[in-house]
Design a protein around this ligand. Structure first.
Ligand code: PXG
Length: 439
């Protein structure tokens, strides 16, 4: 750690980090290749988290690297406000083919949080354009994570992400979450029980009236709050209720898109097509920040046909469709397709689940949930110290050469899609050893 004197660490106010704890004992990553990071002491660390759920194609992918460096020689930056550059159109056309149904228009952002706020704003503007301006209410879900913008934390359902930041957006309500351990723990894939939880939307419609509700936003699979898999039939039912009541359905697929579930998206896997889909992360393999909101034909058409000003949507970012991000996204999608990474992830789902669920009898383990190449391992909390065991386990795994994410006392695994069985076995063995060590 010689090159990092303590006072050098102070200036960077780290996001979602226990700053004081980290700076006493930093975990410093200095390079990465394939499935592994290298940290400052030279040790190799298996990336069981794909960075922050974003490096789906693995680190240092040569095609992505080349696309970005080539693009730098052509065009470093161009605005997409009243001007354009060809790559952004090319990427939008690629995404139009890539995603299912008629999710065929792309609005570009630079992050998942921006994608969420963009989708919420499009929903409100769309309802107004349709002459339904009374539909201003947004419905999220308990235990939802939709990033950190004011829109996202308002519809989100994580107490700590909300409680420090005032009164948030007005006119927001929340569905119940879908985790029901009383109906079964250690479930591989979608729980068979719980589709009726979608009827909670009927309760909110009865309370507020559908004529006040613009949109419902859910993560098809809640990632950050501990990997909550949708019960069989739940999202289908939510779609049905939204259709019956003129409410838009937004999927936040920031984690679940780009191969995480062995498909382009949860929408494709389940054949439930939302009206708007927020994506980011795996779009560029995390290499250049970028997000994309996909909108169905009827959304775009309404906005174009009913516009009351030459600019149809008063929204956008300096970096919407940034050339380097577009180059990275096109190369990332090409890598996914050419190397059949989603097929690989789909094939590995069973292998991954089998090994991870092998931890059922490990110390501290209360539940394990898995779907695609995602797993949540829920630990019994320490008495009076919720989250302490999760953090201790993350540190123990790191000491043994595996990076995992944790949320409270839930460990989340989301390795790069090309992970092989050998690495899965080694990852699981490290977690077992760490569970044995941690109090
Ligand atoms: N929606 C979802 C579903 C997410 O998971 C965001 C929006 C926001 O994306 P940005 O790019 O603004 O961060 C996310 C982000 C974790 C973890 O450890 C998860 C996220 C980010 C950082 C850590 O679970 N998800």
């Amino acid at each position: 750690m010689d090159q990092f004197q303590n006072n050098d660490l102070d200036a960077f106010w780290m996001p979602f980090t226990a700053n004081r704890d980290f700076k006493e004992n930093p975990r410093m990553l200095v390079s990465a290749d394939g499935l592994y990071y290298r940290e400052s002491e030279g040790r190799r660390i298996l990336d069981a988290a794909a960075g922050l759920w974003c490096v789906n194609a693995g680190h240092n992918h040569p095609k992505i690297k080349k696309a970005i460096t080539d693009q730098l020689d052509e065009l470093d930056y161009a605005p997409n406000f009243q001007f354009g550059h060809p790559l952004a159109f090319k990427l939008a056309n690629k995404l139009k083919q890539f995603f299912p149904g008629d999710l065929n228009h792309a609005f570009f952002t630079s992050s998942g949080s921006e994608s969420v706020d963009t989708a919420l704003k499009i929903a409100l503007a769309y309802q107004r354009a349709k002459g339904q301006g009374s539909r201003t209410r947004l419905i999220g879900r308990e235990r939802g994570y939709h990033g950190t913008g004011f829109g996202g934390i308002s519809v989100g359902g994580i107490v700590k992400n909300r409680m420090y930041f005032g009164s948030l957006l007005a006119g927001v309500d929340h569905l119940r979450h879908t985790y029901q351990p009383e109906h079964g723990r250690f479930i591989k894939g979608q729980p068979s029980h719980g589709a009726e939880l979608a009827d909670d939307l009927l309760r909110l419609i009865a309370l507020h009236d559908a004529s006040t509700i613009a949109a419902v936003i859910v993560e098809p699979m809640a990632g950050s709050t501990g990997v909550l898999i949708p019960p069989l039939g739940y999202l289908e039912r939510l779609r049905e209720i939204c259709d019956q009541h003129g409410i838009l359905l937004i999927f936040d697929e920031v984690i679940s898109a780009y191969g995480r579930l062995g498909y382009t998206s949860a929408a494709e896997r389940l054949n439930v097509i939302p009206d708007l889909m927020a994506t980011a992360k795996g779009l560029t393999n995390g290499v250049v920040p970028m997000g994309a909101v996909m909108a169905r034909q009827h959304i775009y058409d309404t906005m174009m046909e009913q516009a009351d000003a030459p600019i149809e949507l008063f929204h956008g970012y300096t970096y919407s469709g940034h050339p380097l991000a577009c180059a990275a996204a096109l190369a990332t999608i090409a890598a996914y397709e050419e190397e059949k990474m989603f097929d690989h992830a789909a094939r590995q789902e069973e292998v991954f689940a089998r090994h991870v669920h092998g931890l059922q009898d490990a110390r501290h383990v209360a539940d394990i949930r898995s779907w695609g190449l995602v797993a949540g391992i829920e630990l019994h909390p320490r008495e009076g110290a919720v989250g302490a065991r999760g953090m201790a386990l993350m540190k123990a795994c790191y000491a043994h050469g595996v990076m995992v994410r944790f949320s409270g006392d839930i460990i989340a695994l989301s390795p790069p899609l090309m992970i092989g069985e050998e690495e899965i076995i080694s990852m699981v063995a490290t977690i077992r050893k760490s569970l044995d060590e941690v109090e």
